[in-house]
Design a protein around this ligand. Sequence first.
Ligand code: IMP
Length: 214
Amino acid sequence: MSDRVQKPRLVLATANPGKARELQELLAGTGVECLSLIDFAGHPQVQETGRTYLENATLKARGIAEWCGLPALADDSGLEVDALNGEPGVDSAHFAGPQADDAANVAKLLAALAGVPPERRSARFRCVLVVARPDHKTLAVEGSCEGTIALEPRGASGFGYDPIFIPVGCDRTFAELGPEEKNQYSHRARAAQKLREVLVSFLTNHVVPGATCD
Ligand code: IMP
């Protein structure tokens, strides 16, 4: 792309620094300038009142796009544990309570799985990415990653449930993998790969199959 052509801009509608860092890396080289929500003082705190990842990602992307007048990208994701009937799922961020931090959520999940053997600790991460334009059109993609829950936390990289999630095909947790290796497996990387194929067209106002509009 010529330097004289202004790059399309996209606001990353997340206050989670771990997600923001990964999204920046995953969208590198697309020709899109990713702006951080941190650069927008006084941005609204969008309430995640939906019951699905898609509903919540759409609420967040639309809320920020309308507020700042620029296209916005939101990520809603969660961890589904089979032995817990799919919990914590969309409630992953608040599994241990409304103000819970990552350590509290991990501790609660390990306690809920106490005594469950490795072969019954299957789980998956899911991620839905929604891009909303200020004209209300939205584009959604999703990705997932199958794995198991470790018996105890391992590793110091990443965020959230990374220290206890072991992706299929690997014997280390996400937190034991560096960012590049996590991106070979992760739910977010798989969703972002789909987004990369259509993002510039969508931002520059071309019709993209799968884009929706109210
Ligand atoms: P939300 O998408 O803001 O509702 O929160 C998603 C929850 O899942 C948070 O607790 C995140 O820390 C967690 N989560 C989402 N993606 C990942 C990931 O890639 N690694 C670890 N935890 C994650």
